[in-house]
Design a protein around this ligand. Structure first.
Ligand SMILES: [Zn+2]
Length: 272
């Protein structure tokens, strides 16, 4: 009996899976071969160099665009994985590990700060598309240090979630204050760690009126990272986890059924 219950969702949430495979944003084929068709360096600013990579899907031939702060080591059209960077030392090309906070970066996705198309598919597609788009936009903006854009997209994503969950839509169409809406969302999902909702409820400057964006202050990068991760975790628990539990339950039920059948056949055979 073969039952495929290997959880591949961690692969699905990546852009680059390894040195040879990626999730194509055009044909939406997962785990397909890619090739770096072109790359180069340009000056992001007077002080900062930046590297671009054009990556072509082997299946549909479409090309995506990726930006990184690193001159990544490539072999025959593929990124080295785990990623390494090239530096010219005394006229010679040498490759080095990429470190973030003193720890070696092991994932290719970690060394890019921008993708076009964006990586919205890297957020589980069971989460409503409108929220996925806003969140990936928020993440992309944050990585590029566009904090106003990132803050705006994140706020919109949270408001979309509240609307989709029908939290705080009063009959006379007046909206409850933001904090109260988050509190109600928390009440609706008692199985989700309440701390996550408390983090969202604590966001300063989320007025009850989501139209007046101009009056909002933007978050700093660290706060944004925390809020984006928290929002993703809540979304995962609302939209993905129940579905996964259901799949697992079905697998177990199937296995149990087959086990019972085998047992009853064996019992009948032993009697005859
Ligand atoms: Zn493709």
């Amino acid at each position: 009996m073969t039952i495929n219950n290997y959880d591949e969702s961690h692969i699905e949430r990546k852009y680059f899976i390894d040195g040879h495979m990626y999730n194509c944003p055009f044909c939406n084929i997962r785990n397909v071969q890619y090739e770096i068709s072109n790359s180069g360096r340009f000056s992001w600013s007077r002080e900062r160099d930046c590297y671009f990579y054009l990556v072509k899907c082997s299946h549909c031939d479409h090309t995506s665009f990726h930006l990184s702060n690193y001159d990544l080591v490539r072999n025959y059209g593929h990124f080295e994985n785990p990623p390494k960077q090239r530096k010219i030392i005394q006229g010679e090309n040498q490759s080095f590990k990429i470190l973030k906070n003193g720890v070696e970066v092991m994932e290719l996705d970690e060394v890019f700060f921008y993708h076009q198309p964006t990586s919205f598919f890297t957020i589980d597609n069971r989460i409503p598309e409108i929220i996925r788009n806003l969140l990936s936009e928020a993440e992309g903006c944050r990585k590029m240090d566009y904090l106003v854009g990132a803050s705006g997209c994140l706020r919109k994503a949270i408001y979309e979630l509240l609307d989709l969950q029908e939290i705080g839509n009063e009959e006379n169409d007046t909206k409850l204050p933001y904090e109260e809406r988050i509190k109600r969302l928390k009440g609706k999902f008692p199985n989700i760690d309440s701390e996550y909702f408390d983090i969202l409820a604590g966001i300063q400057g989320m007025t009850s009126d989501n139209l007046h964006e101009g009056s909002w202050d933007s978050f700093d990068s660290r706060t944004l990272a925390l809020l984006i991760e928290t929002t993703k975790e809540i979304l995962y628990e609302i939209y993905v986890l129940p579905d996964e539990k259901k799949t697992k339950r079905n697998i177990i039920a199937k296995m149990r059924e087959q086990f019972k059948q085998q047992k009853s056949t064996a019992d009948t055979e032993s009697k005859t």
